[in-house]
Design a protein. Structure first.
Length: 322
């Protein structure tokens, strides 16, 4: 189904150099902010105290969070734990204050606001655990990247694999750059969002690459140049791109506005990733593949394969129209 029909191919490749210069400049800025400012890691990475408080009745997270912030913990994480009568509070390490003292101070403040408050569990997460999480998160990102490269190389061709992974890493670095520049909290949920964006962006790149291959293999498109093939492939997927990403972004925006502080940065990372994922798939990945020298010979069927496909009543173009 196409709600947005394009009667004429959009000449995306005409401005490919300009868009890629913008992408490269944005990428360098993101790297600069990561190097100079660094990421503002959450308690999972830096270490801190995790406390679970039990109430006799349902308790609002915002009320507890206000009490915690009054103690000077602006970076604390407060959320329901299991049901609405239990609240989990994560406090960052406070210089010169032991974990037991933090818990005692927190318990006293909560009891002062509500006599029903009772600490039922308190654990200390050291910086060593945070280092292990950082290492594990880095390994997870590396494994995803390697897997994507292998998949694209097998599914298409090495030029597409390199172009696709560069475009997707471009998205990741820009998301991290935003978090470094604004010093937004980088938590495990944000890391999960980045891994999700990697897969999401790859899916968009695969759709476009698949269409490029179909057009290359269409006997009726043999007169088209490589830029014209790229333009036609991207234009023919634009309706799908608009519908898919708009629908996804509606869900993400719902999490952003109504999901509370727990989902705030998760949804924010997804929003940035979706926007730049579209941009990189259209203006970065396809253009890089073109500049790497992808040709019809890399993807097109040979005359023998084409004849065999016709005899077997298989259409290698999957209905591509030029």
């Amino acid at each position: 189904m196409e709600f947005f029909r394009f009667k004429k191919d959009v000449n995306f490749m005409k401005r490919a150099l300009l868009f890629n210069v913008v992408s490269f400049a944005t990428f360098l800025l993101a790297v600069f902010f990561l190097y100079t400012k660094g990421l503002h890691y959450s308690i999972e990475f830096k270490g801190g105290t995790t406390t679970v408080v039990q109430y006799q009745a349902d308790t609002q997270v915002d009320a507890v969070r206000a009490t915690v912030e009054a103690l000077g913990y602006t970076d604390a994480q407060v959320s329901h734990f299991g049901d609405n009568t239990k609240i989990m509070i994560r406090l960052p390490i406070k210089k010169g204050v032991e974990s037991a003292a933090q818990t005692a101070e927190l318990a006293a403040a909560l009891v002062a606001k509500n006599a029903d408050a009772k600490v039922i569990k308190s654990d200390f997460v050291g910086a060593q655990v945070g280092d292990e999480l950082t290492s594990s998160g880095g390994k997870a990102l590396l494994f995803v990247v390697v897997g994507i490269v292998i998949y694209l190389a097998v599914r298409f061709e090495w030029k597409f694999a390199v172009a696709g992974i560069l475009a997707n890493l471009h998205d990741v670095v820009i998301i991290l750059g935003f978090f470094a520049f604004f010093q937004w909290e980088f938590s495990l949920s944000v890391l999960a969002a980045i891994l999700a964006i990697l897969g999401y962006s790859v899916n968009e790149s695969v759709v476009i690459f698949d269409r490029i291959r179909e057009v290359f293999r269409d006997p009726n498109s043999r007169a088209l140049t490589v830029p014209q093939v790229m333009n036609h492939a991207i234009t023919s997927t634009m309706s799908r791109t608009i519908i898919t990403h708009a629908s996804t972004e509606l869900v993400v925006l719902a999490m952003f506005f109504f999901g509370g502080p727990t989902l705030h940065y998760f949804a924010l990372a997804l929003t940035i990733g979706i926007v730049f994922g579209i941009y990189s798939s259209v203006f970065v990945a396809a253009a890089l593949a073109m500049w790497f020298g992808v040709t019809r010979a890399d993807l097109a069927l040979s005359d023998e394969e084409l004849e065999r496909a016709k005899q077997d009543k298989r259409d290698p173009s999957f209905g591509a129209q030029v």
